[in-house]
Design a protein around this ligand. Structure first.
Ligand SMILES: Nc1ncnc2c1ncn2[C@@H]1O[C@H](COP(=O)(O)OP(=O)(O)OP(=O)(O)O)[C@@H](O)[C@H]1O
Length: 324
């Protein structure tokens, strides 16, 4: 397998409380150095509570935000050197609510034509054919093309979002909560469609979700984010069934949906630390039932826990202590 995406120390700081003169009042470290590789054809799930940096990470990958530091490599080409149009083509964002990201005054055909025209300079006749092929691939009827965004149901809208990414000839899709706003039966249809397209087209997915059951079902590997950093990464079944980081164990024990009913051990904090005033050492230690002295002094790096599972913890959950 070759790498579709390689992130090396990717970092994003937001200065806050900007003043006319002098430095800003503080800095939010929204994404702390993230190093990750996603193989071609793989689905990497990304989970974590609200505010842990998922969207900031995703927005850097599609060029909506520029990194403070670090590098992004797509199919072997570093972002800085790559032709921006090539970059924009290969990695596409599929929003949770694709319709609100579309211009309400443009028909779906106009929306679909834009990438074919601008990224691929495709002549008109070929564009019509290509749009028909893509609509067929995502099970949408061609007659929908002359309608406007608000005329679609949630499931249809999500198919349109996927179709738009395919029109750009994306190789990597960032799926940001792609099914969380849909009814369960429609969720299954969209997930099946994504699985089929991935197999047929050899796509690579980054699947961001609060729903651990969905993430486990669709992901080959999972990265768990906490306070802007990857705290655990490994095969989906290992990470959820035998988590080594105490935060992942907390998520797995509190499932199914991250952020809802997160259990806090007796006398421990439940909230994320203040981003403007981060703690020393491990960011999770105030909530952690396994914290030891070292955790206050040093921020643990990701460490090998066996069979490719990595966790950033000095006192990991013992192997074999499966999640409840
Ligand atoms: N433009 C900004 N300026 C300042 N801080 C920001 C900005 N955007 C995000 N942040 C902060 O960066 C951190 C990460 O936010 P981000 O939106 O990436 O989290 P998230 O995991 O995607 O959350 P959610 O699940 O709610 O979408 C948070 O502390 C957030 O307040």
């Amino acid at each position: 397998m070759s790498a579709a995406l390689k992130l090396e120390n990717l970092t994003k700081d937001f200065p806050v409380g900007k003043r006319m003169f002098g430095p800003p009042r503080g800095v939010v470290h929204a994404v702390r150095p993230v190093t990750l590789t996603v193989e071609t054809g793989e689905t990497l799930g990304i989970v974590g509570e609200s505010g842990c940096g998922k969207s900031t990470l995703a927005r850097m990958l599609v060029g909506l935000l520029s990194p403070t530091d670090g590098t992004i490599e797509i199919e072997g080409a570093a972002l800085d050197n790559a032709d921006p149009s090539e970059f924009g083509r290969k990695i596409q964002y599929v929003f949770q609510d694709p319709i609100s990201s579309l211009n309400p005054r443009k028909t779906i055909r106009q929306v679909m034509e834009a990438p074919l025209k601008h990224l691929h300079s495709m002549p008109k006749a070929r564009r019509r054919e290509r749009i028909a092929e893509i609509f067929d691939a995502v099970n949408l009827r061609e007659e929908f093309l002359d309608r406007y965004p608000h005329e679609f149901s949630g499931g249809q809208a999500q198919r349109i979002g996927i179709a738009r990414a395919l029109a750009a000839e994306a190789r990597i899709l960032i799926l940001d909560e792609p099914v969380s706003a849909l009814d369960v039966s429609v969720q299954a249809q969209v997930l099946n469609l994504l699985a089929r397209l991935k197999a047929e087209l050899g796509l690579t997915y980054l699947f961001i979700s609060h729903d651990l059951a969905v993430v486990e079902a669709v992901s080959d590997r999972v990265a768990v984010l906490y306070f802007g950093a990857v705290v655990e990464v490994g095969r989906a079944e290992d990470v959820f069934r035998a988590p080594r980081h105490p935060y992942t164990k907390l998520l797995a024990d509190s499932a199914p949906v991250v952020g809802r009913d997160l259990k806090a051990p007796e006398g421990r904090e439940t909230e994320l630390p203040d981003p403007l005033n981060p703690p020393t050492g491990c960011a999770f230690r105030a909530r952690c039932p396994r914290a030891v002295d070292r955790c206050a002094a040093e921020d643990p790096p990701l460490m090998e826990m066996g069979s490719g599972q990595l966790a950033a913890c000095f006192n990991p959950v013992p192997e074999g202590e499966a999640a409840k």
